[in-house]
Design a protein around this ligand. Structure first.
Ligand code: ADP
Length: 357
């Protein structure tokens, strides 16, 4: 202690002696270091065990406002990695993971349910499409006999209105109309049978090729006349095959119709329609050949594909339907280009064991 001036005193406080160690409540080996600091001096109240490097450092400094004891209380704490509550952290992590997994499972379940509903909806749409196809096929098959019924009844009406009425021809026209109406009923009957028993229930009886050819050509007579085409029939007209007569007529009608559509595209003088009947091994083969423009190479592999059509307004169901019918009868339907021009389709059916007549 030394006087700077005669009237003043200087007081040196030894901080180390200020707070008695024994009065400090925490153990020495605790994690916190506490000290009092003043003017570069330090009184360590609790040495603590400040961890080595790493982790986090927490510091606290508080200036004691008392004028007589203007010290800073400094506390230090270093938290090392090893001190972290790993057990609880792991517990939380597992709990959070379980919540995330639960939410994900719930979301997946919801997505699965939505997908199943979507598939169900598509299935329903698919069934609707199938019904649409069926309806289109029916329309295609029924269109022909119904057109014939209309044409024949119209013709009969005109013939009866004549003076004197042509009763004989009118009777014939009405007979043909009745025939075609019966055919329409048979088409519907066949459809009903195939819906009730989707397996192959096709009736197969001996059919003379020539009869079917004649009936099909009769039906198309007005169209042949309009296009100035005369069908040339050659080969063994007595050939008899095993077939469903209605289905066979349907196939032939479609093939002739397609040939006429093709012939319409070439000048009248070049139009030729050839039908040949013959046998090849155990099969009767009917060929329909036209001198039309033929089939484009890119269309060839798709001829029998449902809804494939190059014809404006065409449904593209004719040939696919014919192929199905031919297969059901145990036969085949093929098509391609003919030499030197045009197209040729050939239908092969098993020959009847004994001639029908
Ligand atoms: P659609 O006649 O309704 O188009 P089809 O199944 O009868 O359907 O025929 C499919 C396609 O095959 C036709 O659009 C046409 O391109 C082709 N085709 C069929 N027959 C002939 C033929 N005689 N000559 C040329 N192309 C043909």
């Amino acid at each position: 202690m030394r006087a700077a001036q005669p009237a003043s005193f200087a007081l040196v406080i030894d901080l180390k002696a200020l707070v008695p160690r024994a009065e400090w409540p925490l153990p020495d080996n605790g994690p916190v270091r506490v000290a009092l600091q003043h003017a570069g001096q330090e009184r360590v109240l609790m040495p603590g065990q400040v961890a080595a490097q790493g982790g986090w450092h927490l510091g606290f400094r508080k200036h004691l406002a008392a004028e007589s004891q203007a010290f800073d209380v400094v506390a230090e704490r270093r938290i090392g990695w090893a001190e972290l509550p790993w057990g609880r952290i792991a517990g939380w992590a597992v709990a959070c993971g379980l919540v995330v997994l639960g939410v994900r499972a719930w979301a997946q379940q919801r997505a699965g349910r939505r997908r199943a509903q979507e598939l169900l909806r598509l299935g329903r749409v698919g069934r609707l499409n199938a019904m649409g196809e069926l309806a289109a096929g029916m329309a295609h098959e029924l269109n022909q006999p119904l057109t014939a019924v209309l044409a024949n009844t119209n013709a009969a009406q005109r013939l009866l209105a004549d003076e004197p009425p042509d009763l004989e021809t009118a009777r014939e026209a009405m007979a043909q109309a009745a025939d075609q109406a019966r055919r329409a009923a048979e088409v519907i009957g066949r459809l009903r049978r195939s819906v009730q028993e989707p397996s192959d229930t096709t009736v197969r009886v001996p059919v003379v090729w020539a009869d079917t050819v004649r009936r099909a050509l009769d039906l198309l007579a007005p169209e042949l006349q309009r296009l100035a085409v005369t069908a040339e029939v050659s080969g063994d007209t007595a050939t008899t095959v095993m077939a469903d007569p209605v289905a066979l007529e349907q196939v032939l009608h479609n093939l002739l119709n397609n040939a006429l559509h093709a012939l319409e595209q070439v000048p009248a003088a070049e139009r030729r329609l050839l039908l040949s009947l013959g046998t090849e091994g155990t099969q009767g083969v009917l060929r329909v050949r036209d001198s039309g423009p033929g089939i484009a190479p890119e269309a060839l592999p798709r001829l029998f594909e449902p809804f494939f059509s190059t014809r404006p307004g065409g449904l593209g169901l004719g040939l696919s339907l014919c192929e199905t019918l031919a297969t059901r009868m145990g036969g085949t339907l093929s098509g391609g280009n003919a030499e030197p021009r045009g197209a040729e389709f050939w239908l092969a059916l098993p020959l009847a064991p004994t001639p029908a007549r």
